[in-house]
Design a binder for this molecule. Sequence first.
Ligand code: SF4
Length: 445
Amino acid sequence: MILSKHHCSTRKIGADHPLAEKVMYVPAMAEGSVEAICAALRWIGVEAVPTPRSDDRSLELGGKYTSGDECFPAKVTLGDFLRIVEQPGFAPRRTIFLMGTTDGPCRFGQYAACLKKVLRELGYADIQILSPKGEHGYSDFQDFDAAFVRTAWRALVSADIFRKLLLQTRPYETEVGAADRAFRHSVADLCETIQGSCSDVSCQLAAMQRSLARARVRFLSVPAKFDHVRPLIGILGEIFCRLNNFSNQELVRRLEAHGAECWMTDIAEWIAYTNMEEVRNLRLAGRSYSWSMMKSKLRARIQRSDEYALRLLFEKDFYGYEEPSIDEVLELARPYLPFGGAEGEMVANLGRGAYLATHGVDGLVDISPFTCMNGVVSEAIYPKLSRDHGGIPIRSFYFDGQQSDLDRDIEIYLELARSYWASKRYKRHYPLRFLKHGNAVSPAS
Ligand code: SF4
């Protein structure tokens, strides 16, 4: 439905919709992104809230109802959902838990089934579980219309941009906490903007662009000194563990505290990858000329154009930190894990690693859950990736909720990154804020 500028209205599901009057809980995988997705859900009239921030109680509850064979993110998300169940006044019939799924090669496809089983055993079979599929680019949100999927995509891309701004700014701030504050305020502003945005796609995009522009000013106003350059570390790995600060024991903050700056693989890349998978699977099924194929390609195209429109404002800020297209990532993955011959996060992971290595990062860190299939396969290939890229140091960090001496390992790893810096083959391009200080090429010691 296209509404004129003078006739804007927000979208709302009808009172007779199965999701009306329900509360949807969305796993808090990545700070900023989860709030933005909830705002997109509220935009269509669904009461949506993030699951509570994971804590030791999440691990305790998750551990109680899993056998120990499950992946760590399964334990954490299960524990987070069970913390909602134990809240006073909890109403199972009004509740929906959002848990994505996939047919892919790893255990993610079992998370929703495991959650359902545990809830049934605990007497909560009434709780509805909504499971959009990775094979459909997570676009099959029941009968939500395409406008919601588009809004959710815009929300995710915007949150990715905020995370990038945060990681670029925080290591250099001179007022502790200022960059985190800019991030939180920007997320709150974005959520308010999405919720209040109108149903016309262009009108909504313009409102979100204005919110991003305000975020840019907030980050530029963070008191910071870009007068020393830190080793830049590319962050790869399994999507949940990489982005969930509780699960990875704040590894990025720790790297920053030890003198690094980080460049994190964003969420948008994974969605773009699932779009490519959907097209490939339709081809394999002989459905190259089908309605599904047309829909999938159109969705990917619209997403690319929205992403471009949202990132445009940051072109100069992200100079030297440009995000690759998914085609570029898959092409770079070809010598290691060719797309089609292998599938899953590890393919994009290897391609992204090669991209970052050729864009001047001083090291690569993989954050994965203990025994993660993607993490283990990637780790087996990293020595070749490193050899092919001038010996760039690559280190895998695995997490399972146990404490380890992370700081010692980080310190040793960053020493390697600093020595690689001096001799690396691929030079880094610096945005203006560094060049203003004129010493952007000397390693911080
Ligand atoms: S990506 Fe790794 S952690 Fe996630 S479900 Fe698959 S195997 Fe488990």
